[in-house]
Design a protein around this ligand. Structure first.
Ligand code: ADP
Length: 343
């Protein structure tokens, strides 16, 4: 996950995995809310592999951060009754890092590589040879004595997760037999996630309040869960005990999150575009102007603004729409968020 020197509230809410994600993670496919097509497909391929007594094909899960890719990897391994080994693209710097991992795999193990688009080209090439041939070539000795030795690998399943499927090379992508895309959740699904999470956290959450929070979670379960934790804090501090409409209103105002789920960085992005005459503006310009990384803007902020119809992408750059301009004028009285999570 990209990080930024000036994280906005939203990024703090949807930054990479942290310890807090674990306890709320669904433990079975039944507990995994929504994304029915993806869940049905995966369950089918898993059952078929089990029936055959074979190994599940390699799986690529793509989609924005916080939508459940890691959770699904755990669920797939669980359903296969396999051991899950977890690593990430940036952690595998050299082919040597990968060889150790691959040769350590046992029959039927699942290897989860998060942020798989961040593998270096050399490691990527090494990995896709291993995916196809179930073998790796290693060079032993140096100089004239150097020779290549082929090590056979135990049959395994690779699950790759990516927020940038387009960055994977064609031959690499082609080696995944199962490719599933996760999309943002409808508010009704997020409401279900919130109610289940509240139960797990032992926190009383009003049904109506859950619906309000769901609408402001941008269709992302991780954001919903983190908002819930902060709202529980507010409820505890106010001695209210229950996360109800008042707690939600106060809490979200503290966090600077408006009724559409927009936070300070979203508003800054719209404001920068307005100052540039509505655009078109390049991603780089926007990133510098709001102090976020280009990746973060592209994967985290922009999709929600585009879905709301406030911003559009054209071949010449990003442009502010009429709706975006109207929204900005409406919200121009909003004060800066105090940044409850920042820093
Ligand atoms: P990703 O790997 O796509 O960034 P994660 O799998 O880490 O996302 O999910 C982030 C958090 O959101 C986890 O704590 C998980 O509990 C929750 N979550 C994600 N998808 C679902 C879902 N479909 N149902 C319930 N909780 C979910």
């Amino acid at each position: 996950m990209t990080s930024s020197s000036r994280p906005g509230v939203y990024q703090a809410l949807n930054s990479g995995h942290d310890d807090a994600d674990g306890p709320l993670r669904p433990r079975t496919f039944d507990e995994f809310v929504g994304q029915r097509r993806v869940v049905t497909n995966l369950s089918t391929w898993i059952e078929a592999a089990r029936k055959r007594g074979g190994v599940l094909d390699h799986v690529l899960l793509s989609g924005p951060p916080g939508l459940g890719k890691t959770t699904l990897a755990h669920l797939v391994a669980g359903a296969l009754e396999s051991t899950l080994k977890v690593t990430s693209g940036p952690a595998l710097e050299r082919p040597g890092d990968l060889v150790g991992l691959l040769t350590g795999l046992e029959q039927g193990d699942v290897l989860f590589v998060d942020e798989i688009h961040r593998l270096s080209r050399t490691v990527e090439e090494y990995l896709y040879a291993a995916m196809e041939d179930r073998a790796v070539d290693v060079v032993i000795d140096q100089g004239p004595a150097a020779r290549s030795v082929r090590l056979t690998l135990a049959p395994f399943t690779l699950i790759g997760a990516t927020t940038r499927e387009g960055l994977l090379s064609h031959p690499f992508r082609a080696r995944f037999g199962v490719v599933e895309k996760l999309v943002p959740y409808p508010a009704a699904d997020i409401r279900t996630v919130l109610l289940r999470s509240a139960e797990r956290l032992g926190c009383a959450l009003d049904g109506e309040a859950a619906a309000v929070v769901a609408k402001r979670s941008r269709g992302v379960p991780r954001i919903a869960n983190r908002l819930l934790r902060r709202l529980r804090d507010v409820a505890d501090l106010h001695n209210a005990g229950t996360v109800d409409a008042t707690v939600v209103q106060d809490g979200l105002a503290m966090l600077g999150i408006d009724e559409l789920g927009l936070e300070e960085t979203d508003r800054r992005l719209l404001a920068v575009l307005a100052r540039l005459g509505g655009g078109p503006a390049g991603l780089k310009t926007l990133a510098v102007a709001v102090g976020e990384e280009e990746d973060t803007i592209e994967q985290v902020y922009e999709p929600h603004l585009i879905r709301l119809g406030f911003l559009k992408k054209t071949p010449r750059g990003r442009e502010l729409t009429e709706e975006g301009r109207a929204r900005l004028e409406l919200g121009s009285s909003d004060s800066e968020a105090p940044g409850l999570f920042a820093g």
